[in-house]
Write a new protein. Structure first.
Ligand code: GLA
Length: 392
């Protein structure tokens, strides 16, 4: 049994109870989720980000068929998708298969692909909490189909294709961070990723006496819900203002000094604050990658806390539950840093905690959070895993 042991056994049983037994076994693939250490909302503004792939993720067992049917089932849902090559439908509201279906549209699957496929998904990654369950299912689908349908797309092409599926089919104006991290992640490394030039450096994660813990507010978010796309539009408008005064292609191109000289020219306060977050967070990501490289954990913690303050005050992506959870964490033993990770508006936080105090930390944070909100927080230890792969 490997690190994927349990979920793979379940997946195999589900596949064979749903699809006909034959001498052709399915191929099995895995794509992780991700957690971001620094750099929220930088990836559609041309900046740097610092994510890691997780050990948790999405599994896919897939096999070609003799007819043109395309069938998708998932362990977590009752509804099954069935269609035919050449007649794949458009987006259907709120169904889980919109993500893999968007990928199939971007792969331009059609009748010339001849054979259909049967697919069974399973996941051990919590969905809709900011750990990139959407990128995980998109990437596992794209990677698997690229392989079994012999499309010969490069890993970078797959990342861009999955982003297009989410932008154009699902309708979320996300950046490239999640799909890229889910593809290029490496065990025990963070990905210092330049989202403008699509180049990255793998930085080993050594936290000494500390560890990362993910805490879940247990409030679910809807990325499609207007808030995310609203931030995207606000940034487009802020960029236009900046381009009248500075020679920049993207908000993150501006240096903090140049930005401070022009920031009073923004016609409205929220545009100024959104852009301020991007420009200064971009600096924090560069400093954070250096701190990680040099094993300076306290410096990294300071940057993470400053990052959260900016996400809350300038980018305004926090909410009552996130603030309650972060307040509870920072007041509990052993906590060096706590911040929103992912899009915000609910979901998860990333915490840097002293290993020796981890149990006490979890107990106290949970009880403070319950007192403040009436909700029970969930904890997930961070095991930094590798990117998408074929496992069987
Ligand atoms: C979501 C999006 C990403 C990124 C983050 C915020 O996860 O999918 O592209 O914008 O939010 O950093």
């Amino acid at each position: 049994m490997d690190q994927h042991g349990v979920a793979w056994t379940e997946l195999k049983n589900q596949f064979f109870s749903r699809y006909a037994t034959s001498s052709t076994l399915p191929d099995v693939f895995f794509a992780p989720g991700r957690i971001n250490i620094l750099g929220e909302h930088l990836d559609y503004n041309g900046g740097y980000v610092l994510p890691c792939a997780l050990g948790l993720g999405t599994f896919l067992a897939i096999r070609r068929r003799k007819d043109k049917r395309v069938i998708m089932a998932s362990a977590g849902y009752n509804e099954i998708f069935e269609s035919e090559l050449g007649h794949l439908p458009g987006k259907s509201s709120n169904y889980w298969w919109n993500y893999p279906l968007g990928v199939m549209h971007e792969l331009h699957l059609n009748e010339s692909d001849n054979q259909g496929v049967e697919m069974q998904f399973a996941s051990n990654l919590p969905t809709g909490v900011g750990l990139s369950s959407s990128a995980s299912i998109e990437v596992v689908t794209a990677f698997a189909m690229n392989k079994i349908l012999e499309k010969a797309l490069s890993l970078q092409e797959l990342a861009l294709l999955c982003r297009r599926a989410e932008n154009d089919f699902v309708g979320v104006q996300c950046g490239i961070m999640d799909q890229y991290a889910v593809i290029f992640g490496k065990k025990d490394h963070a990905i210092f990723f330049d989202t403008k030039h699509l180049v990255h450096e793998l930085v080993p994660v050594h936290l000494g006496d500390y560890l990362f813990l993910i805490l879940d507010t247990n409030t679910r978010r809807q990325l499609e819900s207007t808030a995310f796309n609203e931030r995207y539009q606000e940034c487009r408008a802020a960029l236009k203002t900046m381009q009248r005064l500075l020679n920049v292609q993207e908000i993150a191109d501006a240096s903090p000094e140049a930005f401070e000289e022009m920031e009073n020219w923004f016609p409205d306060e929220s545009a100024r604050k959104r852009a301020r977050h991007i420009v200064f967070e971009n600096e924090r990501v560069k400093q954070g990658a250096a701190a990680l490289r040099d094993g300076k954990v306290e410096e990294l913690a300071g940057l993470m806390n400053a990052s959260h303050e900016s996400a809350r005050d300038n980018y305004e992506i926090s909410c009552f539950e996130l603030e309650a959870l972060i307040g509870a964490a920072l007041a509990s033993p052993g906590c060096l840093a706590a911040r929103i990770s992912g899009a915000g508006f609910g979901g998860c936080t990333l915490n840097l905690v002293n290993k020796m105090k981890a149990d006490e930390f979890m107990q106290e944070t949970r009880s403070r959070y319950r007192k403040a909100t009436g909700i029970t927080a969930m904890f997930y230890p961070v095991e930094i895993g590798s990117g998408v792969s074929m496992i069987k």
